[in-house]
Write a protein of this length. Structure first.
Length: 101
């Protein structure tokens, strides 16, 4: 049995769906942050799958740039999350007003 691109695309669609549902349903900031990362990795899997099936390096270059943006997002996002958690333990996504002033 060979694994072709449709298997990878199906896995990416499932991962993206799990991430999107988790982001919309959960209110914990850390879980929402992990769901965003899961959606980004699903998009990366799609890029790599198409890159491999088309024998083109462009998808892998796109993955590199997405990973760079994701790393910057992790730095900024975790700094905001830590700032919120220092103010109040058990903070939810509705507590962003704590960062004012």
């Amino acid at each position: 049995m060979t694994i072709n691109a449709s298997w990878y695309l199906t896995l990416a669609a499932v991962l993206f769906t799990i991430g999107a549902v988790g982001f919309l349903v959960r209110r914990n900031i850390l879980v929402m942050f992990m769901c965003i990362e899961l959606m980004l990795n699903a998009a990366n899997l799609t890029f790599v799958s198409f890159s491999r099936s088309l024998n083109d390096i462009g998808g892998q270059i796109s993955v590199f740039f997405v990973l760079v943006v994701a790393a910057a997002e992790v730095v900024v996002g975790l700094a905001i999350i830590v700032a919120i958690y220092r103010r109040r333990l058990g903070a939810t996504a509705d507590d962003q007003h704590l960062l004012k002033g």
